[in-house]
Design a protein around this ligand. Structure first.
Ligand SMILES: [Zn+2]
Length: 164
C-alpha cells in the first residue's frame, strides 16, 4: 500500500463507487414507480449537475431513458449542449440511443454498473462510445458496483414474473 500509484487507483475506485451509489438511488426512484430500475447521474467538479431515472412507462416515451433525462438536466444546469469535463454514471450499459446522445453531447467519460447483453452499446454488442470513425470518443469504465446494479434488475424482473 506504499505504492502511490496504487493508492491513487484505490481513491479513484472509491469515488466511482460513491457516484454509482447516487445512480443506484435514482434507479430506486424508477422502481418505486414500477419502472425498470435504471438510474444515472452526471458529475462535474465533484458535483452532480444532472440526475435521471427510467421513465418510459410513466411518460409513454421510448426516449425517457435515465441517461437522456440526466443529459437534458445537465445541459440546462450548465447552459451548454457540450458536457465537457463531465462524467456520466449509469447503472446499466447504455443502449444505442443513449450512446448516441453521449457522443453528441461530447461526454468525456462514462462509468457503468452492469453490462447489457440485449442492448449494450458500450462494448457488449458494439462500442459506439469508442468508434474511431466518429468525431468523439469516450473513456469507458465498466463494472463499477456491478453486483448491486445487476441484482437490482434481476430482482425487479423476478418480482414482475411472480405478479404476472
Ligand atoms: Zn438508453
Amino acid at each position: 500500500m506504499n505504492d502511490p500509484f496504487c493508492q491513487l487507483e484505490l481513491t479513484e475506485q472509491k469515488q466511482h463507487e460513491h457516484w454509482m451509489r447516487q445512480a443506484i438511488a435514482e434507479a430506486q426512484k424508477a422502481e418505486a414507480l414500477g419502472e425498470v430500475p435504471i438510474g444515472a447521474v452526471i458529475v462535474r467538479n465533484n458535483e452532480i449537475i444532472g440526475r435521471g431515472y427510467n421513465l418510459r412507462e410513466t411518460t409513454l416515451d421510448s426516449t425517457a431513458h435515465a441517461e437522456m433525462v440526466a443529459i437534458r438536466q445537465a445541459s440546462e444546469a450548465i447552459g451548454a449542449w457540450r458536457l465537457l469535463e463531465c462524467s456520466l454514471y449509469v447503472t446499466l450499459e447504455p443502449c444505442p440511443m443513449c450512446a448516441g446522445a453521449i457522443v453528441q453531447s461530447r461526454v468525456p467519460r462514462v462509468i457503468f454498473g452492469t453490462a447489457d447483453p440485449k442492448a449494450g452499446c458500450a462494448g457488449t454488442l458494439m462500442n459506439l462510445l469508442q468508434e474511431p470513425r466518429f468525431n468523439h470518443r469516450t473513456e469507458v469504465i465498466p463494472g463499477v458496483l456491478q453486483p448491486e446494479c445487476s441484482t437490482m434488475l434481476t430482482q425487479f424482473f423476478r418480482k414482475l414474473r411472480k405478479k404476472g
